[in-house]
Write a protein that binds this ligand. Structure first.
Ligand code: HEC
Ligand code: HEC
Ligand code: HEC
Ligand code: HEC
Ligand code: HEC
Length: 196
């Protein structure tokens, strides 16, 4: 009988995991991927975009101030909330919760709604610069009491816009200014654009 050493066993396990990973990857790529579309988790504080961005018309970039500058739009830190909530609605238990967390130097643990797998690369800056509005990818956030993932965020969804099929007219006009039926992509479609 052939004895299998511990290292060989570990190597075997690592190899089969690797093969399994690619096999699953392949299957998932052929069949449509499970999408988190419709995901709308309850947040630790019921923060309402309808109230802030809708009724009170606070600009998206006032709070998500990195969306036009970097990869991530980022969730505002509590000092941004306190620009108003040192005086606004201070009798609310939620606002008191925010003030207490800030005083203790603790963040509010917001639940992430939109999240791509690690192997996919996305950046806000380029899309905002290209004139793609937040609503195209996130839906009418200013009408939402609770944020919901509206778009599928699948590779096919990204590709359809990059290829020019679902690109909003105002974005299309920028990349194919003289064509009624534009040919060719408006954004890169080679694999390493989004995978590296
Ligand atoms: C007053 C500050 C504020 C304003 C204004 C604001 N947001 Fe937010 N946004 C937040 C906070 C806080 C969260 C995290 C809690 C939540 O998900 O509701 C958040 C979460 C989000 C998320 C979900 C992030 C995730 O986890 O995937 C999106 C998308 C978003 N905002 C888009 C927008 C858009 C679009 C606008 C403008 C129409 C906007 N926000 C205006 C504070 C703000
Ligand atoms: C082209 C599509 C697209 C546009 C346009 C877009 N987003 Fe996003 N957004 C995404 C995707 C995809 C994710 C998930 C990114 C990830 O997991 O790396 C995301 C995540 C977020 C998040 C949570 C994670 C983070 O990056 O901080 C916030 C907040 C957010 N978007 C706000 C905005 C706001 C505000 C705008 C407009 C100024 C905007 N987004 C425009 C696609 C878009
Ligand atoms: C530019 C001003 C402004 C900023 C910044 C702001 N808010 Fe508000 N917020 C308001 C106003 C105005 C109301 C409505 C007050 C009312 O109902 O009288 C409100 C109401 C709320 C309420 C509802 C309180 C209740 O019990 O009815 C919560 C919760 C809240 N804000 C959380 C936040 C959080 C979290 C942030 C930071 C991410 C934030 N706000 C940033 C202006 C602001
Ligand atoms: C509604 C249209 C639209 C959607 C949806 C969209 N994109 Fe884009 N994307 C663009 C445009 C337009 C550009 C800008 C091209 C430029 O700057 O020349 C761009 C640029 C990019 C770039 C930068 C390319 C470079 O040259 O470095 C990356 C990365 C990218 N997108 C990834 C994604 C991913 C990942 C998704 C899906 C989660 C996605 N995009 C969804 C329209 C879109
Ligand atoms: C515009 C951005 C973009 C481009 C270009 C792109 N991908 Fe993707 N890809 C994604 C995103 C986002 C995901 C994650 C969401 C999903 O799984 O649909 C993904 C997922 C995948 C997966 C994981 C399987 C799965 O469905 O979970 C594989 C494999 C893959 N891509 C291969 C490729 C190959 C090969 C190319 C070149 C022909 C390519 N991708 C080009 C954005 C892109």
């Amino acid at each position: 009988m052939v004895r299998i050493s511990g290292t060989q066993k570990k190597l075997g396990v690592a190899l089969s995991l690797l093969v399994g990973f690619f096999a699953i990857g392949g299957v998932l790529w052929v069949f449509p991927t499970a999408s988190n579309q419709g995901y709308a988790p309850e947040q630790p504080i019921p923060f309402s975009h309808k109230l802030h961005a809708g009724d009170n018309k606070i600009q998206c970039l006032y709070c998500h101030s990195n969306a036009d500058k970097s990869r991530h739009a980022t969730i505002p830190s509590l000092n941004v909330c306190l620009n108003c909530h040192t005086v606004v609605k201070t009798d609310s238990p939620y606002i008191q919760q925010i003030q207490k967390a800030f005083a203790e130097g603790k963040p509010i643990e917001w639940i992430r709604v939109h999240e791509l797998p690690d192997h996919a690369y996305f950046t806000h800056k380029r899309h905002v610069a290209a004139g793609v509005s937040c609503e195209v990818c996130h839906g009418e956030v200013a009408k939402m009491e609770r944020v919901e993932q509206k778009a599928p965020l699948t590779m096919g969804w990204c590709m359809e816009c990059h290829r020019g099929q679902t690109t909003p007219p105002e974005v299309l006009a920028k990349y194919h200014p003289n064509m009624k039926n534009p040919k060719g992509p408006v954004a890169p479609v080679n694999c390493n654009t989004c995978h590296n």
